[in-house]
Design a protein around this ligand. Structure first.
Ligand SMILES: [Cu+2]
Length: 148
């Protein structure tokens, strides 16, 4: 019995050391909506020790979630979907913010009020094809709650 317990402990340690990427997600927030609004954006800062790609985002509040980029083309602001994911280079903070990258939450299934907590599941993949899912609790607010 004692041997078994020790070997289980070892197994636990192995799992821990092979967890492949340390990814940090900070300042996650979702823009609160007004009645009848069908889409909104989620924003955050992502930093990873290893180069990874954010390949998908899911949330129970929206049927469709896409990674978008807002960019000026001439004098027109255009929104482009990054369907193959968003690259997060090693040790470089990538900011998803208003006017840049954002998670577009569409076909909202319920309202998002200021002060709500919105759980987002972020799926990452590394160069070897290993997947990791992180759950982040985003604050719902009409403006960036992390900006003074
Ligand atoms: Cu968008």
């Amino acid at each position: 019995m004692k041997t078994l317990r020790i070997s289980l402990l070892c197994l636990g340690l192995i799992f821990e050391t092979t967890a492949w990427a340390q990814i940090k997600v900070e300042n996650a927030w979702v823009r609160a909506i007004v009645p009848k609004q069908q889409a909104t954006g989620a924003f955050m800062k992502i930093t990873s020790v290893e180069a990874v790609k954010l390949v998908a985002v899911t949330t129970v509040l929206a049927k469709t979630n896409e990674i978008h980029e807002m960019k000026m083309e001439g004098d027109v602001m255009k929104m482009r979907a990054h369907l193959n994911g968003l690259d997060i280079p090693a040790n470089t903070t990538v900011e998803l913010k208003s006017g840049g990258y954002h998670v577009m939450m569409m076909e909202l299934e319920q309202t998002i009020k200021a002060g709500d907590t919105v759980p987002l599941q972020l799926q990452f993949i590394n160069a070897k094809g290993n997947k990791q899912v992180l759950t982040v609790n985003a604050k719902a607010s009409f403006k960036d709650p992390y900006k003074p």
